[in-house]
Design a protein around this ligand. Structure first.
Ligand code: DGJ
Length: 572
């Protein structure tokens, strides 16, 4: 990926010596490997995206955005994800509204925020609602997908050269403009191409063009990918291919079997192929990393078509990798409670993780800590960041409740801590010296090894009775960094944390020194030295000693994450 980005930079610089001041090309945002992690590098340094996504049309109005910009900065965001509507960018064919882009760049720069643009081009949540009116109204020139019922829907066909040409032309104009106005400032750090693509209402496009394509052989590029990646294909696709006899040629149903799975594979290929061409053309103008977002399958979905068929779901990600080599990664939008399962499914087989849409309440903060600390995520971004009511709880609050103090929101408190830790997190991601845990409602504790110790993160207890203290509004989570053989920095919420040595030697971990505090410009500023009631978890020392425990551990209050720095020692 780095190589791909570097090669594109060269193209950009050759194409425009003006915008590529010395050093500028090297510092265009790009992805780099750091141990096992893939990180986003911005202005020459690894960057942790503490983001938030605006509601779909927020950025269409400067007036609306005026009070939003400062609030985003107060909430400790460093990046805003915002839609860029093709309809608004190119209201008349060939006439582009660059002021729309420039105003957003100016608003973000004023608050020292970075931008990830979401190109709402041919598709947004399956539909083509953000295509310009001159595209929508000319169905002959810009063909649409068709359902099995014979009805056409407001979804542009993936199989039309004219659709592809029009979207690409606008996107290239947009990326060209970004190069002209941002190549020396790097406000724009990534692009999401389209939004939650896929066909809804049927498992595949049933237009005549699509039926003809479906009856043709599976493209060679895909079959060759399956063959060359046979050993590490994701299991769902492998099972499908194996069941149909591991064919190296044939139609979609011959290679992937009869049924909706073949339809979904076909749609995945066509969306990937289309979006790869849009992306590739954009990268020749300005090669920032590009990703897709996925509407992940919901529990009530019966099959492709209930969820967007062809969307980069984990089970078709190999098809996306084969069909869209210019797209850097595929990202999930996760509102479901089983957040950890979904991020694990996406963070596999070399797909870097980034979460462009999720929740922004206290549970969302726990998600962010988990994704960043345990799954090396490039960052996190709750949806509807401009609607602060959405950030207090899962349900929108009535506006009459008044705008909450931005700094007091759970997300603001969480991002404040992650922002302090960002340099340390980025140093440790991908090196097995960082981990994170989030406990769901039914789990009281969970252990993980980080560095030389196994660390147990548990829900708080009553010290005498031993009963678990439940705080449903304040989830238990911890992000743990081993900064030395016996040294840790831990940021956590509503938890008790204990330690056990994982290397040979004395079996009990004791607490040598614990400080609460914060990082200011990367340097530790100690607050209280914690001891006594702050750390004593269990008076029953005989019971603790029998399990090689000291009876002491870390305690974190349930009022938002805080940081502790500690040194352990070992005894017999
Ligand atoms: C997912 C989409 O990607 C967003 O643009 C937005 O429409 C949300 N759903 C709404 O919850």
């Amino acid at each position: 990926m780095e190589f791909r980005a570097a090669a594109c930079c060269l193209v950009v610089c050759l194409a425009s010596l003006v915008s590529c001041a010395p050093g500028a090309a090297q510092t265009i945002a790009h992805l780099e490997k750091h141990g096992a992690a893939t990180q986003l590098v911005v202005d020459g340094k690894p960057f942790l995206v503490l983001g938030g996504e605006l509601t779909n049309t927020a950025s269409s109005s400067q007036e609306y955005m005026k009070p939003v910009w400062p609030r985003l900065a107060q909430m400790h965001l460093n990046t805003v994800l915002t839609g860029m509507s093709w309809a608004q960018f190119e209201p008349e064919e060939g006439k582009y509204d660059f002021a729309l882009v420039d105003n957003l760049l100016a608003g973000a720069r004023q608050q020292n925020l970075k931008i990830i643009f979401l190109w709402f081009g041919s598709w947004k949540n399956g539909l083509s609602s953000f295509a310009p009116a001159w595209v929508k109204a000319d169905q002959k020139r810009f063909p649409r997908a068709q359902l099995g019922s014979g009805r056409s829907i407001e979804v542009l066909s993936t199989l039309s050269d004219e659709n592809l040409r029009a979207d690409t032309k606008a996107y290239v104009a947009f990326m060209h403009h970004l190069r002209e106005v941002d190549a020396d400032k790097h406000t724009v750090i990534m692009i999401q191409v389209e939004n939650e693509v896929g066909i809804l209402g049927d498992s595949r496009d049933r237009s005549d063009t699509a039926n003809a394509a479906f009856a043709r052989p599976v493209p060679k590029q895909l079959v060759e990918y399956l063959q060359s990646h046979k050993a590490d294909l994701r299991s769902e696709l492998k099972v499908l291919w194996d069941a149909a006899g591991d064919k190296t040629s044939g139609t979609w149903t011959q290679v992937f079997g009869e049924g909706t799975a073949a339809d979904e594979a076909f749609m995945a290929w066509n969306y990937a192929h289309y979006m790869d061409q849009v992306t590739k053309a954009g990268k020749t103008e300005y090669p920032v990393p590009v990703f897709t977002n996925t509407w992940v399958v919901q529990p009530e979905d019966r099959g492709p078509g209930d969820y967007p068929s062809g969307c980069p779901e984990p089970h078709v990600l190999d098809i996306w990798r084969a069909g869209a080599p210019n797209i850097d990664f595929n990202a999930p939008d996760i509102y479901l409670p089983n957040f950890t399962e979904w991020v694990k499914r996406f963070h596999q087989h070399g797909n870097p993780l980034f979460v462009p849409e999720s929740r922004g309440d206290a549970a969302g903060v726990a998600n962010a800590f988990y994704a960043i600390g345990q799954q090396d995520s490039i960052g996190y971004s709750p949806f509807a960041i401009d609607v602060t009511g959405r950030l207090q709880s899962a349900e929108p609050r009535p506006v009459a409740a008044g705008p909450p103090d931005a700094q007091a929101l759970p997300l603001s408190k969480g991002y404040a801590v992650l922002a302090q830790l960002a340099p340390l997190i980025l140093e440790h991601q991908g090196t097995h010296t960082i981990g994170a845990v989030v406990l769901d409602a039914g789990t009281d504790r969970s252990s993980l090894r980080v560095g030389d110790y196994t660390i147990t993160v548990g829900k708080p207890h009553d010290r005498r009775s031993g009963t678990v203290i439940t705080t449903p509004q304040s989830p238990t989570y911890a992000l743990i960094i081993a900064t030395g053989p016996n040294d840790y920095v831990i940021a956590a919420n509503s938890t008790e944390i204990t330690f056990s040595p994982s290397t040979p030697g004395a079996p009990v971990a004791g607490l040598a020194l614990i400080q609460a505090g914060s990082f200011v410009d990367g340097a530790w500023v100690p607050g209280r030295w914690l001891n006594g009631d702050d750390v004593l978890l269990n008076y029953k020392l005989a019971e603790a000693a029998a399990t090689n425990q000291s009876g002491s551990g870390l305690r974190f209050a349930p009022d938002g994450p805080s940081i502790q720095k500690l040194k352990l020692y070992r005894y017999q």
